[in-house]
Every structure is written in C-alpha cells, then in structure tokens.
Design a protein around this ligand. Structure first.
Ligand SMILES: NC(=O)c1ccc[n+]([C@@H]2O[C@H](COP(=O)([O-])OP(=O)(O)OC[C@H]3O[C@@H](n4cnc5c(N)ncnc54)[C@H](O)[C@@H]3O)[C@@H](O)[C@H]2O)c1
Length: 346
C-alpha cells in the first residue's frame, strides 16, 4: 500500500508566531509546506533564509489559485482572519486559523457554516488544548480526582508585547477560555470584566475577567501585559483535592494537593466544625511533547481523514462569543453580560 501523500499547506503570515508554525510543519512527515505568504518582503526574506526551498509570495491570490495547495494556515493579525479564512474556504482549502478565530461572532458563524457547507476542515489554534499538562489536568478532573470543582483562578501576566489593535482580553484570554471550556466541557453563561488602559489610550492592558458556568463553577482570569514577572499559573479547587498548573515550571507543571476543608454540621445548637486536611502533594508525570507539534499533527490528521478537530470552528466560536461579551462588559465598566447563542448561528 503506498503511503498517503503529504497534506500540502501554505502558511499565511510570517510575523512573530508564523515562524513557530513553519518550523513544526516542516518537521511533520505528513505535511509539505508549499508556500509562505506575507505582504512584507523582509518577512519573506527571513523565511527564505531559514528554509530556502520553500517558495514565498506577497500575493495571497497566488496561493489560493494553486490547486496543489490542500490547506491554508493563518497566522496574521486578528482583523484579517475572517477575510483570509473565507477566501481560503471558498477556494476549497482546509483552514487552520490562529486564535482568536475571528474579530466577532458573526464572522465566526460565517466560517463555521462555510466550512460545513463545503465539507472542509476548520480548526482554530487553541494551542493549549494540545498541551500535555493541560490534558493531564483534564484527565484528573474527568477521573473525579478533585471531586466537584468549586472554582478556578488563572493568571496570565508578564511584561508583554502591547498589541496595537486589540485589548489584552482579545490577545491573552483566548488561551484561558479555551483551556477552561476544554476542562469543564461547558462554556460560561455570564461574565463581568474590569480593566484599565494604563499605557496606550483606549487599549486596556490589564483585565480581570469573572465567569460563571451552568454547573455553578466560577472562574477568574487575570490577563495583563504589565507585570514584573511572568506568571502562567492556574489553581483548580475541588471538594476533594486542589491542583496548581504552572506552565512556567520546567518539570513539575502540575501539582495535585490532597488538601481540603471538611465541614461537619453541628449536632446540637453548638458551632459547626471545620477540619483542615493537608495531605500529600503529588506531581503526576506529564509527556514532554511540544503542544504546537501535537496541534499541527492533529490538524493534518483531521484534514486528511475528515475527523472533527478538537478545537473546531464551534470551539473557536464559543471563545469569540466570550471575548465579545467580555469586551462589552469592559466597555461598560464591569457590568455583568450574558453569553447566549455561543452554540448556534443564525
Ligand atoms: N497560539 C498561540 O499561542 C499564539 C501565540 C502568539 C500569537 N498567536 C496568534 O497568531 C496571530 C499572529 O500573531 P503575531 O503575534 O505573529 O502577529 P504579527 O503582527 O507579529 O505578525 C502577523 C504577520 O501577518 C502579516 N500579515 C498581515 N496582513 C496579512 C495578510 N492580509 N496576508 C498575509 N499576511 C499578512 C504581517 O505582515 C505580519 O508579518 C494572531 O492571531 C495571534 O493571536 C497565537
């Protein structure tokens, strides 16, 4: 039996993130990089220096007109995701688009429907869903190790690159939203957000995003480009155990604490009793694979087999709907905003 031919992909956008995608797709035996496309000749020069055999172009139309291209990988600014993805789907190409999928839910719905109508794969770059420690935490939650999850807090702060066109909510929170929705198997129903534009007028660089879930779980995401230290730390508190997922740790990224507080109702009119439990702290073994490589392999597999990606267009839409609601709350001084219609279009 001859092996399946590799999936021929074209990378669109070679700025900060594009080179990471290119490196991973170049290393995948199941993929073949046909083009790198970017309107900036200096970006293409960098790509050619690194990978001289890969053709480059400043013209997206040239890529889309190439019938040998099976799929387009989009790593361009958020405002360009929708027009590029739409053109690629209309040209019959499978699409991988970086997070967040689009700049609003109407655009996200259009892409979801277009991909479905054409029978094409649409996958969103929610990279952390493919990250081994994130998958380990999901396995622990699903196995009931933590008991009932009460709440989750997460910090994603560092002295980060200020984006010119979007707030820190759109830049950083897609990661945490996609992780939370993957872990919990449900999307938030309401959000309220406070934030502040400390440096550039009109572009908030710090935001505290509160979320409520149908199950009663609450979560808070702290996102900021202003912090003296880099924190990528999430705490999950359950009725049985608690855990810390720290993505800046080299080895012990996940730590499970057999800690908790047991409550005993008073047997008479006396005071209730609380007993504090501080047991073992265990760091489970986590695979060392690079999340981006796993993500790239998954996209290639789905495009070749027609399997639905774990982070498909609907997952992308749920995150975009949450970001839209979070931005609305931020714009209205922290008012609680409902998240409805994230699972349907039209
Ligand atoms: N998954 C992750 O962990 C992760 C990390 C960082 C960035 N990202 C995402 O990657 C995307 C790109 O971010 P970045 O930081 O690399 O941005 P960037 O501004 O550094 O690079 C964007 C590149 O796209 C090019 N470009 C702009 N318009 C284009 C068009 N119409 N056609 C082709 N190329 C075009 C620009 O010239 C630039 O080279 C964003 O969606 C961002 O959210 C994802």
């Amino acid at each position: 039996m001859p092996a399946d031919p590799p999936l021929r992909v074209a990378l669109v956008g070679y700025g900060y993130w594009g080179p990471n995608l290119l490196r991973n797709y170049m290393e995948l035996p199941e993929a073949w990089v046909s083009w790198v496309c970017d309107p900036r000749p200096e970006a293409l020069e960098k790509a050619s220096t690194r990978y001289p055999a890969v053709p480059t172009t400043t013209d997206l139309a040239e890529v889309l007109a190439d019938d040998s291209v099976d799929a387009v990988l989009i790593a361009t600014p958020i405002s360009t995701h929708h027009p590029i993805a739409k053109a690629a789907l209309e040209a019959g190409k499978h699409v991988f688009v970086e997070k967040p999928m689009t700049a609003d839910t109407a655009q996200a719905c259009e892409l979801v429907e277009l991909a479905a109508a054409r029978g094409l794969t649409l996958m969103v770059g929610h990279t952390f869903v493919y990250s081994p420690p994130v998958r380990k935490v999901k396995a622990l939650i699903d196995a009931g190790e933590l008991g009932d999850v009460y709440f989750i807090t997460t910090q994603r702060v560092n002295l980060g690159l200020h984006q010119k066109d979007v707030s820190v909510v759109w830049d950083l929170a897609p990661h945490d939203l996609s992780i939370l929705y993957y872990w919990l198997g449900e999307a938030a129903t309401t959000t309220n957000v406070t934030g502040r534009a400390c440096i550039a007028t009109g572009i908030p660089d710090v935001a505290f995003i509160n979320l409520r879930f149908p199950s009663g779980i609450i979560a808070e995401i702290q996102a900021s480009w202003l912090s003296p230290v880099k924190l990528r730390r999430t705490i999950v508190v359950g009725s049985e155990k608690m855990l810390v997922y720290d993505d800046t740790e080299n080895v012990e990224k996940v730590k499970l604490f057999d800690h908790g507080v047991d409550f005993q109702e008073p047997s008479d009119f006396g005071e209730f009793q609380l007993s504090y439990r501080t047991g073992d702290i265990v760091s489970p073994k986590v695979q060392g694979h690079e999340p981006l490589w796993l993500e790239a392999s998954h996209f290639v597999h789905c495009a070749r087999t027609g399997e639905t990606p774990e982070t498909d267009g609907w997952a992308g839409l749920r995150v975009v709907a949450s970001l839209e609601a979070a931005q609305a709350s931020l714009d209205q001084g922290g008012r609680e905003v409902s998240l409805t219609g994230a699972d349907s279009c039209g």
